[in-house]
Design a protein around this ligand. Structure first.
Ligand SMILES: CCCCCCCCCCCCCC(=O)SCCNC(=O)CCNC(=O)[C@H](O)C(C)(C)COP(=O)(O)OP(=O)(O)OC[C@H]1O[C@@H](n2cnc3c(N)ncnc32)[C@H](O)[C@@H]1OP(=O)(O)O
Length: 160
């Protein structure tokens, strides 16, 4: 059986995110995995993910960093707790802060390798450093501060 991506463990009601929701047919459907102590995702930008001809749109790059970071945060919290992903109670994270540095133009037409390194794991917060490479060259890097999703953000909850 093929390895499940972190995002494949998200419950249905939390699988509609534009960047990583497996149930969002219009979204990017990013898939992230462990690779030793790092996390990795490969994303193939479409021709319309364009900034200027030949160059990937920066917002797309920010989106893949964001969702790779929050997925990695969830996986890291499970690993730190010695638990299997998908077991209850769930470690669900949202983005508190997203920083992106664009180091050079990211070429369209080649896959992007997105790698995460877990910088910090606390009870409510995980910090993930992320790099984006195209054709082996680092084109962007960023940092995601992910915080445990507040109960009031759960779908169907209307009160804080
Ligand atoms: C099986 C797995 C399931 C997984 C399902 C997942 C589905 C995911 C779906 C896909 C999602 C895709 C992604 C998306 O698109 S998620 C959508 C975009 N994000 C949001 O809408 C979040 C909106 N913001 C909030 O709700 C609150 O501000 C949050 C919850 C984020 C923090 O609330 P609150 O402020 O009350 O938190 P705290 O006081 O307990 O602080 C806790 C720690 O966090 C640190 N901090 C806080 N803010 C920041 C900041 N701006 N920079 C740096 N650090 C910050 C803080 O210093 C503290 O650190 P420390 O002092 O402990 O060191």
């Amino acid at each position: 059986m093929a390895e499940k991506a972190f995002q494949d463990y998200y419950p249905d009601e939390l699988s509609h995110c534009y960047g990583c929701g497996r149930l969002n047919e219009h979204g990017l459907q990013l898939k992230s995995y462990w690779d030793g102590d790092e996390t990795v995702a490969v994303f193939h930008p479409r021709p319309y993910h364009m900034a200027i001809p030949g160059v990937v749109y920066g917002g797309l790059i920010a989106s893949v960093i964001d969702c790779h970071g929050t997925g990695s945060a969830s996986a890291a919290a499970y690993r730190a707790a010695g638990r299997e992903m998908g077991t209850d109670p769930g470690f669900r994270f949202v983005t508190a802060s997203l920083r992106v540095d664009f180091l050079r133009p990211t070429p369209l037409g080649v896959p992007l390798e997105v790698r995460g390194r877990i910088r910090e794991v606390k009870e409510r917060k995980v910090v993930v450093a992320v790099t984006v490479r195209a054709g082996g060259e680092e084109c962007a890097r960023g940092e995601v501060v992910a915080v445990r999703m507040p109960e009031h953000m759960m779908p169907g909850r209307t009160t804080a």
